[in-house]
Design a protein around this ligand. Structure first.
Ligand code: CAA
Length: 390
């Protein structure tokens, strides 16, 4: 039985901060960002955007193509959830008017949770092939102002419909995984911004890649040469380059510069202009590959490396399905990205780092476009609205 992704779509915020604007504000050389970390822009969520509204924008175009009553479960991966008890997926379930005969749960482990939710979905479908599961990976990456991590913020949400006989990619059985209790990145409950030991986090990421690769090859017998395209978790695109170099060194693979580019660059293009989106980042990388590769990659094998600080990591693969190209929503992705509005540094601060003392009662100005918004909070209860027929 083949199990995998039948449809997928992503959404990001309607606003961005250019790293040229950022560099000018901080009096830094812009090449530190364009070349040094490989980033150009960061998507910035306004106050009436959160992981629920981003997820709704990601999922709506998928639900328009199927009977939404067929969804049997929503597995919502996020490390920037909106409530300590109620799952973000239940807010989403209401907003999207899904069937009450549905299970909904939130998954968390830093940027890894999206991969965990995807693997859980494959297991549930193997047990009951009638399941049609909506896997969501959605996050808003936020660090303190005036830290070196501030240049690696961003946001996005990916929605993936997981089914039997998938039309886009079959997720293959067998993966390599790795857990180690380390403090490279974390966000205590009282904070809205993450804390990070930046240089250390990049080392732990690369070590986790080596560990998961070893386990993956033991589990599957596959080699580097069995994989055609490599998608990585991308906190910033230079990290994916370093990851691919590390894997090549570890496996002793013989890869020319042109092959290196072909294997990894198409999957970096969206992330370069969106920024980090934590749990969504790996899957935006996969969509970037599909939307930018010129060749038809039917029957080709794609690898996925998920890294969640703290840390949990997994390496797994999938095989592209015949006819997948007709199901891609490339034009929609490109159009939404092109329509984003540039922010000044001061506007970014007001949107992303507002100084709100209380979340008891707030009414938000309508700033976010695209169909779903957080209208306000009343008596600590979040009020979401559908704003158009998008
Ligand atoms: N022109 C070209 N390159 C330049 C440059 C210039 N003018 N100025 C600097 N650079 C280069 C540097 O040489 C360096 O290159 P190498 O990494 O190849 O050595 C690179 O730009 C970065 O510059 P710095 O070494 O000065 O690093 P920094 O202090 O700006 O910090 C960072 C970079 C650690 C990534 C920081 O942005 C950060 O902490 N980010 C958040 C943490 C993170 O993303 N970690 C990734 C792994 S953890 C993970 O993946 C989970 C997750 O999503 C968070």
């Amino acid at each position: 039985m083949k199990i995998g992704i039948d449809l997928l779509h992503f959404a990001t915020a309607d606003y961005y901060l250019g790293l040229d604007t950022f560099a000018a504000e901080k009096n830094l050389d812009v090449d530190k960002f364009y070349i040094g970390i490989g980033q150009e822009k960061m998507s910035i969520a306004p106050p009436d955007e959160d992981v629920v509204t981003l997820a709704a924008k990601a999922a709506a175009p998928i639900l328009d193509q199927i009977d939404r009553n067929d969804i049997t479960a929503v597995l919502f991966a996020t490390e920037t959830g909106v409530d300590q008890s109620k799952s973000a997926g239940v807010f989403l379930h209401g907003l999207l008017n899904l069937s009450k005969r549905c299970r909904v749960v939130e998954f968390k482990h830093a940027c890894y949770a999206g991969a965990a939710a995807l693997q859980m979905a494959t297991t549930m479908i193997r047990a009951n092939p009638k399941e049609k599961i909506l896997v969501i990976a959605a996050d808003i990456a936020k660090y303190d102002v005036d830290t070196s991590a501030e240049a690696t913020q961003g946001c996005g949400a990916v929605a993936m419909l997981m089914t039997e006989s998938p039309r886009i990619i079959e997720i293959e059985i067998g993966s390599g995984y790795f857990t180690d209790d380390v403090m490279d990145f974390w966000r205590p409950n009282h904070r809205t911004t993450a804390l990070v030991d930046g240089k250390y986090s990049t080392k732990v990421y690369l070590n986790s890649l080596k560990q998961t690769w070893e386990h993956f090859t033991e589990q599957t017998g596959k080699t580097f040469e069995d994989i055609d395209y490599f998608c990585y978790h991308i906190p910033f695109t230079k990290m994916a380059d370093k990851a691919h170099q590390t894997l090549i060194r570890k496996t002793g693979a013989n890869v020319t510069p042109d092959e290196f580019k072909a294997q990894t660059l198409p999957s970096q293009r969206y992330n370069r202009i969106i920024g980090n989106s934590y749990s969504a980042s790996l899957f935006i990388s996969f969509i970037s590959l599909l939307d930018h590769i010129e060749d038809n990659i039917e029957n080709k094998r794609v690898s996925f490396f998920s890294y969640g600080s703290g840390c949990v990591a997994e390496f797994f693969t999938g095989v592209m399905q015949p006819g997948y190209q007709s199901l891609l929503m490339t034009d929609r992705h490109l159009e939404k990205i092109a329509q984003r509005t540039a922010l000044t540094y001061a506007q970014y601060l007001a949107f992303y780092h507002p100084s709100e003392a209380s979340e008891e009662n707030i009414v938000y100005e309508p700033t976010n476009r695209g169909g779903y918004r957080l209208a306000g909070i009343e008596n600590h209860k979040r009020d979401y609205q559908r704003t158009s027929d998008e």
